[in-house]
Design a protein around this ligand. Structure first.
Ligand SMILES: [Ca+2]
Ligand SMILES: [Ca+2]
Ligand SMILES: [Ca+2]
Length: 197
């Protein structure tokens, strides 16, 4: 399929381009129920590369479509599953399986609307399977995407300061001191972090 390259424009043939990446057959892509061609187990011949997308179809209430994906230990990834195109899948559900085909993560509505978004940091390098599914018996077309992302930002130590006390500052400045027991700042003597109260 020769499609013109027009970045930032939703091309009519853009979905053919993503189809070609993963080589999902037309019988899966075209809007025909009952023509499921993407297996729901580790025998699937289809894959999706990191940084790529694939389009398919949830053909019936029992359908799941599995795509192998190679992940690297220590790398964080974001998987999205969105209803797309004509007859879009109305309520996607995304599942992540390990190399043995055991589910290790899933997400229903983490994306916009009822779409799915799953963040995952791999602890083991190798083959995983990312699967398109529907929350219930919905059928329809989907686009599944895999992207490497920066790891989640560590929690700020300030997040731990939540004693349920309303603070009404006299200005827009709140001073926070991490002080050892007995140290005094702003007229307040610390009781240390090991003591409650
Ligand atoms: Ca399918
Ligand atoms: Ca399937
Ligand atoms: Ca959903």
């Amino acid at each position: 399929m020769n499609c013109p390259v027009q970045p930032d424009i939703a091309l009519p043939c853009s979905e053919h381009l993503v189809k070609d990446v993963a080589a999902v057959p037309d019988s899966e892509i075209m809007l025909t129920s009952g023509s499921d061609t993407v297996p729901e187990n580790i025998s699937t011949p289809f894959s999706v590369a990191v940084g790529a997308s694939v389009t398919g179809y949830i053909n019936n209430s029992a359908d799941e479509d599995w795509f192998s994906v190679t992940l690297e230990a220590g790398q964080s990834y974001q998987f999205t599953l969105n209803g797309s195109g004509a007859s879009p899948l109305s309520d996607p559900l995304i599942r992540l399986y390990n190399a043995s085909g055991n589910q290790i993560a899933s997400n229903d509505d983490g994306g916009p609307g009822l779409n799915s978004l799953l963040n995952f940091t791999a602890t083991t390098s190798g083959t995983y399977y990312i699967a398109a599914d529907a929350w219930s018996s919905e059928t329809g077309r989907y686009t599944l995407s895999v992207n490497a992302v920066a790891p989640p930002t560590p929690s700020s130590p300030l997040d731990s300061i939540d004693w349920g006390t309303a603070v009404t500052p006299a200005s827009n400045v709140i001073n926070v001191y991490f002080a050892a027991n007995g140290q005094t700042f702003d007229g307040v003597t610390s009781q240390g972090w090991s003591r409650a109260g």
